[in-house]
Ligand binder design. Structure first.
Ligand code: CP
Length: 302
């Protein structure tokens, strides 16, 4: 992993994924260290973020590193017409590693091809969100004791949901049984389903949420992403498609956990929050340890 960019979760082998999760366990036991002393991480967010940006910044600062960057393209010279290439070439001069979020699919791959330092993709359009994927895997392993042979439901926007795309690809390495719940117009793209098929695994597609709940070990809720719809009227038709309420978990397995990459809008009712099966805020905390493991690995410090 040393000096390599992480653009897609497919950039890492199964062994490398497990290595990051194992390292994250060590950082969780001891998150405040000095191993990043003297290192500068650039955090370039061309698209809004709370968890990804702040957990990266917290992860780096807890390890003694420094952060430079911007939280919006509006405060950078992109506003004056600077290209992504020129931005990346410039910021490569100021940092040891660049964490970048951008609204265009493929922008992180492009940045990794022009940068002289490694790039970590913090989400590119509807394409990939590999660091979210790693913290999702960490959360699943931590709560289930394994990543193998689980029944996992993805619920909501499977078409535009980059976290779903990355996590589906990764879970195809672990004998997962996939339950794909979405409106017909937001089904998982064929290019992502191909990873399930190539692993000789099974998936079922549903439009009704209740049928799936009793079978699952993980219920992975997602937001219907208004900002990805070309036509706002299409968003209006599906925006309330799935709303998980506490009573709906009555017949769920004892071990089930509800995950969500967050932010949520209305797809998980707040009455779920106090149910021990709700895990989404702990999931967000796990992002700090996973991102510490990633940054330290890519900089060759562990
Ligand atoms: N999960 C996630 O990417 O959240 P943010 O958009 O707040 O970073």
């Amino acid at each position: 992993m040393k000096n390599r960019s992480l653009v897609s979760i497919n950039d890492y082998s199964k062994a490398e994924i497990i290595k990051v999760l194992d390292l994250a366990e060590e950082f969780e036991k001891n998150p405040r260290q000095t191993i990043l002393n003297g290192k500068v991480i650039a955090s370039l967010f061309f698209e809004p973020s709370t968890r990804t940006r702040l957990s990266f910044e917290s992860a780096v600062q807890q390890l003694g590193g420094s952060i430079v960057g911007f939280s919006s393209a509006a405060t950078s010279s992109v506003q004056k017409g600077e290209t992504l290439k020129d931005t990346i070439l410039t910021v490569s001069n100021y940092s040891d590693l660049i964490v970048m979020r951008h609204n265009i699919d493929g922008s992180a791959r492009y940045a990794s091809e022009v940068a002289s330092v490694p790039i970590i993709n913090a989400g590119d359009g509807a394409n990939q969100h590999p660091t979210q994927c790693l913290l999702d895997l960490y959360s699943i392993r931590k709560t289930q004791g394994t990543l193998d042979n689980l029944d996992i439901a993805f619920v909501g926007d499977l078409k535009y949901g980059r976290t779903v795309h990355s996590l589906t690809m990764a879970l195809s390495l672990f004998n997962t049984r996939f339950h794909l719940v979405s409106p017909p117009e937001l089904k998982l793209p064929s290019a992502v389903k191909r990873h399930i098929k190539e692993a000789n695994l099974k998936y079922e597609q549903y439009t009704d949420f209740m049928d799936v709940i009793p079978a699952c070990d993980i219920i992975y809720m997602t937001r219907i992403q208004r900002e990805r719809f070309p036509d706002p009227l299409d968003y209006e038709k599906v925006k309330n498609a799935y709303i998980l309420e506490n009573a709906m978990l009555a017949n769920s397995k004892e071990n089930v956990k509800v995950l969500h990459p967050l932010p949520r809008v209305n797809e998980i009712n707040e009455d779920v929050d106090s149910n021990p099966k709700a895990y989404y805020f702990q999931q967000a905390l796990n992002g700090v340890f996973v991102r510490q493991a990633l940054v330290a690995s890519i900089l060759g410090l562990v």
